[in-house]
Design a binder for this molecule. Structure first.
Ligand code: HEC
Length: 305
């Protein structure tokens, strides 16, 4: 076989393969997401519901990149070029999006993390990229992303010399717009969503809290309006027990944003960094309080966690 022909037998199948893969990625974000989301490989990231609870000395720079695919008239950009994080430390960052067109449009973000070896350690707790997102004509929103880099990153020899991880999003027109959420939920005056709050509660609180019994954390049924550290039979930290705080919308929001900052010496190892998630969880807890007040029966039939 002549050298030229031999090369062609290798190159042509490669080109066909490349064309197929490019086609898949370009025209089927859903397929791409299903595959990469399920495996976590290829530089895609993990979704997490809680933080790892440990933070290490080693830090890494996380850089952000945002692109808009042709066909979507949105402006979309990170509000910070990069941040420095300790491994295991939760971080809140913002991306802004603006619909430049005269019609409501639905976008969907696909994401990628480089170098590829860092993708499986990159965990997102809150991200607009979990949903199809609708933006009204000329509306502009700041969208929170909460993430952390798993401390195991520091023990992986493949990542020994990695000091910058780049998180890159591409916002494109949605292919399944019927499932879209409205980005107006991130506007400062948005009404909180108790149904979403219930979902967040089961993902992020129910490992330690039940509504009607003490577990690792105190029971939370009827917490709104209650004095902090006051549930009988629960072994509170001395700090929370003597905090003289009454749980209201505002104090709960401050507590969830940073328990140790709000009540130094307290022992809850979890934070909810973005305000919209806090407001939704508090709306759910408030709603339970109302049901509790109306009748014992309503409370008995409330969902169990
Ligand atoms: C890993 C376990 C854990 C998780 C997850 C957790 N908590 Fe807690 N929570 C605790 C502990 C422990 C305390 C008691 C802290 C102390 O005594 O200082 C507490 C206390 C509280 C209190 C104060 C209650 C009182 O009686 O004064 C509230 C309110 C609360 N948690 C809300 C939440 C919410 C909402 C979530 C979900 C976003 C959550 N917690 C997730 C462990 C947890």
């Amino acid at each position: 076989m002549q050298p030229g022909r031999k090369n062609a037998t290798v190159v042509i199948p490669c080109l066909i393969g490349l064309a197929v893969m490019t086609g898949l990625v370009a025209y089927s974000p859903v397929l791409y997401r299903v595959f990469c989301g399920a495996t976590g490989y290829g530089g895609t990231t993990q979704r997490a519901y809680t933080d790892p609870g440990t933070s290490s000395e080693r830090s890494v720079t996380v850089a952000f990149d945002a692109n808009v695919a042709p066909g979507l008239r949105w402006r979309f950009e990170p509000e910070q070029r990069s941040v420095q994080v300790h491994l295991g430390e939760q971080k809140l960052v913002f991306f802004s999006a603006e619909n430049l067109s005269d019609e409501a449009t639905i976008g969907h973000a696909t994401f990628n993390v480089t170098p590829e070896t860092s993708g499986i350690y990159f965990n997102k707790i809150q991200c607009f990229c979990f949903n199809e997102e609708r933006l009204d004509p000329h509306q502009k929103v700041d969208m929170p992303v909460v993430f952390y880099v798993d401390p195991a990153f520091g023990k992986d020899s493949d990542n020994e010399h990695v000091d910058t991880i780049t998180l890159s999003y591409t916002m494109g027109r949605s292919v399944s717009p019927s499932e879209a959420k409205n980005l107006s939920r991130f506007l400062a005056d948005a009404a909180p969503d108790a149904v979403h709050g219930q979902e967040l509660f089961s993902q992020r609180c129910s490992a330690c809290h039940a509504l009607d019994k003490n577990m690792t954390g105190p029971m939370l049924g009827g917490v709104v309006g209650r004095a902090a550290g006051s549930v009988a039979g629960y072994n509170y930290s001395p700090a929370l027990k003597s905090a003289h705080v009454s749980w209201s919308r505002d104090t709960l929001s401050d507590w969830l944003a940073g328990p140790q900052k709000f009540v130094p010496g307290s022992r809850m190892p979890v934070r909810v960094l973005d305000a919209p998630s806090r407001h939704d969880i508090i709306a759910y807890l408030e709603k339970l309080g109302e049901q509790h007040g109306v009748s014992a029966h309503a409370r008995a039939s409330a969902p169990e966690y």
